[in-house]
Write a protein that binds this ligand. Structure first.
Ligand code: TXA
Ligand code: MG
Length: 334
């Protein structure tokens, strides 16, 4: 096989238990051999991620997932739905929590009996997964609690020293992390809203519950409220409230959906999608948050809620978490 040089380099690093920044259609991941406890521990160390926060494992296909899960206790109806989900949405931005087989080390799932699995829809990442004889554990490639990276540059800016190599696969198509879905009390439940919308899930599953996250007892710690946060002060308001205020200080910058605020200088305003397109808004969200966080002229950020449908629901979820950084953290030490 004649693989591009960069791919070969990533393969050598991963075969040697090292960390590699990898592209996916959602966000960049910080990947290691999911079957090597030692390699997986390096991920937690590099991200400064608490050991209670489990990792998603990435595979080249649903066929490849099978040895790593144990569906013996699954009801027939759930098995059928699982097959339909895999067929409809893999490769794609959907992570499914499934009972793990002993091939997945406990450190990957933080001791939980389920493992989050997904097949990413990214050509280079799929080539990489096909070339390896183990799956890849990979959280988003950002320091714990910070905004997820949607380009190779974002990864190198923050974790450049901790990774052996970054496989550059361009800008992420979707720009939001995967939707995390699992069974709770026998019902399909969304534990994290993400790149696959509820509307699309409904085309396969009649009933899907949305788990309301709680920061005191997170089942999936990515549900912690103050994830994805920029370091600057971040407020989130409805447009009506934003329009009411006459003027803001010149060092307040705005993260808006489609339209400028007429009373503020346009220089202070960043539009996620001037065409009101949710995919475009999702793709820009984290990049704009990072840009504003780094911009010297910007002291604080004010964002507006986007319409709460389609990918807008996941965008609002991330905006809420970013704004939650300034709330008192009674149950959290970050
Ligand atoms: O799009 C994505 O999902 C990206 C790319 C790299 O695939 N990955 C990602 O990983 O966002 P991470 O670790 O940043 O977020 C994974 C989320 C966390 O909220 C974690 O707690 C939850 O999934 N999770 C993973 N495994 C789990 C498990 N076994 N049980 C419950 N929650 C789990
Ligand atoms: Mg993350």
């Amino acid at each position: 096989m004649n693989l591009p040089h960069a791919l070969q380099k990533a393969i050598v690093c991963l075969n040697n238990g090292l960390l590699v920044g990898v592209p996916t259609e959602t966000v960049y991941g910080l990947a290691a051999n999911a079957c090597s406890e030692k390699a997986v521990l390096r991920i937690f160390e590099a991200k400064k991620r608490p050991s209670f926060d489990p990792l998603i494992v990435h595979f080249a296909s649903f066929e490849a997932v099978k040895p790593y899960i144990d569906l013996s206790g699954f009801a027939t109806e759930h098995l059928k739905e699982l097959m339909q989900l895999a067929q409809a949405f893999w490769p794609g931005p959907l992570t499914i929590l499934l009972p793990k087989s002993p091939l997945i080390p406990d450190v990957v799932t933080s001791g939980l009996p389920h493992v989050g699995v997904r097949v990413p829809a990214h050509g280079l990442m799929l080539e990489l997964l096909n070339a390896l004889d183990f799956p890849l554990a990979a959280p988003s490639a950002n320091p714990f609690g910070y905004i997820s990276p949607t380009s190779a540059e974002h990864v190198s800016a923050q974790l450049g020293e901790q990774v052996a190599f970054i496989l550059d696969g361009g800008r992420c198509d979707i720009g939001l992390e995967s939707t995390v879905l699992g069974l709770e009390h026998g019902e399909w439940t969304i534990f994290r809203k993400g790149g696959l919308s509820l509307e699309k899930l409904h085309t396969v599953l009649k009933n899907v519950r949305v788990h309301n996250h709680s920061s005191s007892n997170p089942k999936a710690p990515g549900m912690l409220k103050s994830h994805y946060a920029p370091r600057k002060h971040f407020d989130l308001l409805h447009r009506e409230a934003l329009l009411e205020k006459e003027t803001y200080a010149p060092d307040v910058f705005f993260l808006l959906f489609e339209k400028n605020l007429p009373k503020q200088s346009t220089k202070q305003q960043y539009l996620l999608s001037p065409n009101a397109n949710f995919s475009e808004a999702a793709q820009n969200l984290f990049a704009f948050m990072r840009l504003l966080d780094a911009l010297p002229a910007c002291k604080s950020i004010v964002a507006e809620f986007v319409p709460d449908k389609d990918l807008g629901a996941a965008i609002n979820d991330r905006l809420r978490r970013a704004a939650a950084q300034d709330e008192p953290k009674t149950n959290l030490s970050k």
